[in-house]
Design a protein around this ligand. Structure first.
Ligand code: NAP
Length: 682
């Protein structure tokens, strides 16, 4: 059976016989793979012109809903992915990371898109910048989707997660993807893409799949396309230097090799919870997914005085790992992805063994449960010990992409930091210590070499996500050897597929472009109190200027007694005057905010359903008794919560005194009924 290529929403077989793909467990052939004969230029055009156009019609919220629907759909069909996943050598828990982990990435990005991005087509990056004295000229950074295709080239180890972690932010950005999975496990990716297509959830052109070589695809890239690559540093360097990538400045994100380290703190002696946690964490990282994780711990940096204890505890733990057919319940660790990968790991261990001693594993013959040890790509967990890690470059540069790790002893924290940095850039690092001063020193000493770091101790271990789990909320990537790229990290990951543009103009123009009212833009008279208006009736710039209210000493005294906030600045004239900011007793900030609400609310039953908070509250100037307050409330931003009967309305709020000086400013956040909901209850 030849794997399908998804080309312009059609399943197409490549020409020729292709390459045979084999089960990692039995060695039997699973499928053939070829992409020969595909029209790669046409695929790019289809992505740009059909997929991109369809996606850009949707708002961020609509794309978020689409991701959620897709996640739910894939969850319903996940059993079939689990079945295929076994053939890649993955145990059930390995598959859980790949399949459920991948699907949960869709859920997280769906939620981020709907909560942290507007229900619109443009994302505003930061607040407006005031550029002129009179406020008639300002600027706003905006992000809009790139008008090209996102080419995703993925590694073999996570055929589902590897696709979905890139696809989620790409689609949320409004950009179509062309996915090229690594050949050896592409049959699992293909089966998931078949399901995605069958779901009908994605618009036409949003997703295409290449099973096999990318042919001349790179020759047709342009400056609007992006490449997100995961794999070896060698391939990344080769592709980054493609003439078209260079001449068109095609954005290129790379996630490559990584000799991640985990440092055991000097406090974590044998017998402490941290020592036990360390052994557990390293063992798990070495053996889950048979060590084929880009984030796995490759370098075990431990205090020299207890390095022997670490070696012996790890050897005991690794000795309990049962290797074999990942479909069997009795198995803890499955096979590597292919025979070729097994040979590769064996070669790398040989290379490492010139500078470190194999202290556990490393044998070609070992027990394999319910599988043929010769036909399957099994490899024994292998631990090495390097006595002089500072003068052994191989242990910091040779990555055996399997269940292999090396113990590196250190004498003091400075040396631990130096050893960690010798990895020359990692995706993930960890520190196991119950001493927070040690944690700070190690993190500050090594963070510049890492994309993500986790500190684990007895207090967080039970809920910790562990050393090696990339999370959609957090940045995944790293400097140097790790490729210098960055993926995920919440909305940050979405912005990789968008162009950031600084737009300058009048506040009125910026309001129209960004659909967020900018100070200095027109303030409309809404004709009635804005709280009498439904979500649809409100216009950006609708403004209420309230009546005035004087603040008396009695008000301040009453508020102090009523709330219990008897801070001296509000209750003790003499003490308040000693404070460099005040001349005497001043009003509480929260009294100002409360009086402001008393001035601007319309009390009657109306479309405003609730006030759910304030943002960016600042008290700009003290309010003395005898001062008079007045409020300007302007409709700043509207975000429809589709299907809920309401939308969120943000109000730009300024409280000023009798001299027109601003004493407080903030955004009031409300939920306002839609026409439909208001009509049904009123
Ligand atoms: P690889 O050979 O670089 O392959 C990675 C991807 O690049 C595969 O899809 C591969 O396709 C494709 N590829 C190879 N040559 C290409 C070319 N000339 N043009 C276009 N695409 C090309 O990496 P690997 O050896 O399979 O993977 C293991 C490495 O990946 C390890 O070193 C590991 O550290 C790294 N990795 C990194 C991460 C991370 O997030 N940083 C994650 C996983 C793995 P084919 O399979 O069809 O050749």
């Amino acid at each position: 059976m030849k794997l399908g290529n998804l080309v312009m929403d059609q399943w197409v077989e490549g020409d020729g016989d292709g390459t045979v793909l084999c089960s990692a467990v039995s060695g039997d052939s699973v499928a053939r793979i070829t992409s020969q004969g595909l029209d790669f230029a046409a695929m790019l055009d289809y992505a740009r012109n059909t997929g991109g156009a369809n996606l850009r019609r949707l708002t961020f919220h609509e794309r978020g809903e689409m991701l959620k629907a897709l996640a739910k759909y894939l969850m319903e069909h996940k059993r079939e992915f689990y079945e295929l996943s076994t053939m890649t050598g993955a145990t059930r828990s390995d598959s859980w990371i790949d399949i459920d982990g991948g699907i949960s990435t869709l859920f997280v990005f769906s939620s981020k898109g709907r909560r942290e991005m507007p229900n619109d087509h443009v994302y505003l990056d930061g607040a407006p910048e005031q550029l002129s004295k009179n406020g008639t000229f300002a600027a706003q950074h905006i992000c809009t989707p790139k008008l090209g295709a996102a080419v995703h080239i993925n590694a073999f180890n996570f055929p589902c997660w590897g696709m979905l972690e890139k696809l989620a932010p790409t689609l949320l950005a409004g950009v179509p993807a062309i996915v090229k999975p690594a050949s050896s496990t592409a049959y699992l990716t293909e089966s998931m893409v078949k399901r995605i297509l069958a779901s009908g959830i994605l618009p036409k052109g949003a997703l295409q799949l290449i099973c096999g070589s990318v042919g001349d695809l790179f020759d047709h890239l342009n400056c609007q396309d992006t490449i997100a690559f995961t794999g070896s540093k060698t391939t990344a360097e080769f592709l980054q230097q493609h003439p078209r990538v260079v001449s068109e400045s095609v954005a290129f994100t790379a996630e490559t090799d990584s000799l991640n380290s985990s440092i055991l703190g000097p406090d974590a002696l044998p017998g402490t919870p941290e020592f036990d946690l360390y052994i557990k964490e390293v063992t798990r990282e070495m053996t889950s997914k048979a060590g084929q994780k880009c984030t796995a711990i490759r370098r075990i940096i431990a205090p020299a005085a207890i390095a022997g204890d670490v070696v012996s505890a790890l050897s005991t733990a690794l000795g309990k790992i049962r290797i074999g057919n990942p479909a069997s319940k009795d198995v803890d660790m499955g096979a590597l992805a292919s025979q070729g990968q097994r040979d590769e790991v064996r070669d790398r261990v040989n290379e490492l063994s010139h500078q470190a001693n194999v202290v556990f594993g490393g044998r070609d013959e070992f027990d394999v449960i319910d599988a043929d040890a010769v036909k399957g790509a099994f490899f024994m967990p292998t631990l090495l010990h390097c006595e002089k890690p500072l003068s052994s470059p191989a242990v910091h540069s040779v990555e055996a992409f399997g269940p292999v790790s090396t113990v590196l002893p250190y004498d003091d924290l400075a040396e631990a930091i130096e050893l960690s940095r010798l990895g020359a850039g990692s995706l993930a690092g960890s520190v196991i210590t119950n001493d927070n001063d040690v944690a700070r020193e190690l993190i500050l000493g090594t963070a510049a070499y890492h994309g993500r770091m986790v500190v684990i101790n007895r207090h967080c271990a039970a809920e910790s996500t562990g050393h090696g789990s990339p999370l959609p909320h957090l940045v995944h990537g790293g400097p140097g050897r790790a490729g210098g790229g960055e993926e995920m990290g919440g909305v940050r990951g979405v912005l990789h597929y968008m162009q950031r543009t600084a737009v300058q103009g009048s506040p009125e123009t910026l309001t129209a472009i960004g659909r967020r009212w900018v100070r200095g833009a027109d303030q409309n008279d809404p004709g009635a109190h804005p709280f009498r208006k439904t979500f649809e009736q409100l216009r950006l710039g609708d403004t209420l200027v309230t009546a005035e209210r004087e603040v008396s000493l009695e008000d301040i005294q009453h508020f102090a007694e009523f709330t219990g906030d008897t801070f001296y600045a509000h209750t003790d004239e003499e003490a308040a005057a000693k404070n460099p900011f005040f001349e005497g007793r001043v009003a509480h900030g929260y009294l100002i905010v409360s009086f402001a609400a008393g001035l601007f609310v319309d009390p009657d039953f109306g479309p405003v359903l609730a006030n759910y908070g304030v943002d960016d509250l600042r008290f700009a100037k003290p309010v003395n008794y005898g001062d008079t307050l007045k409020v300007r409330l302007t409709c700043k931003q509207k975000t429809l919560r589709a299907g809920t009967g309401y939308g969120e309305v943000r109000w730009d709020t300024e409280v000023s005194n009798q001299d027109g000086e601003i004493v407080a400013q903030y955004d009031v956040l409300t939920m306002v009924a839609t026409d439909e909901h208001w009509g049904s209850v009123n």
